[in-house]
Write a protein that binds this ligand. Sequence first.
Ligand code: AMP
Length: 225
Amino acid sequence: MTQELHRIILLGPPGSGKGTQAMLLSRDLNIPQISTGDILREEINIGSSIGMAAGQIVSSGQLVPDNIVIEIVKKRLIADDCQQGFILDGFPRTLAQAQAIDTHQIGIDQALFLDVVDALILKRLSGRRVCSKCNSMFHVHYNPPKQVGICDRCGGDLVIRKDDEESTIRKRIAVYHQQTAPVIEYYQKHPSICCHRIDAGSTDLDTPETIAARIRDVLYQEQTR
Ligand code: AMP
């Protein structure tokens, strides 16, 4: 896919594969993936003031205050590598964040809503394992490591992310329904941003590649409209 400016928002519940799809799209379109979750985890790891404010909130499955994430995104988007486009992965997650995009006149070309049935969310998230050294992602069902508990890439230990523990997953799903689902409606009614629904898992058989192909189709159709 092409030269066209792609400023994309990826929306969807936890476990809809936003991170994976953002990574694949970022590679395809050669534009950065901006994951507020990754940025927050990085701040928490280095112990910055943002990290100190966000640590407890992230591990409990709640949302970090709007003003903090809005500032993070505004700061990130002025970097040179975002001028040819970007993929926002995990932002906006509240109506206030979506409104901030409009207020700060951040141009967005497409909002893609990755729709997935609730029953698959828990299965996807509870099987996720992350390398404690290099952050590579694995899944006990969909992408198992060669050796249980060990990273294929660097040999590090695979762990369950704190917010992927089952009680926290349930909290994150509830938070999604309360605070993020209205954002989908906001974009479905938005006067200038087109929101596309992508089937991101109505059955267990959809692979990340199948879903990526659906996304490419939508972007291609937009381009040729
Ligand atoms: P993620 O990796 O996108 O699932 O994000 C992990 C956690 O980071 C979320 O459960 C929230 O606690 C926090 N977070 C990420 N993005 C946002 C956002 N846009 N607004 C508020 N909190 C966020």
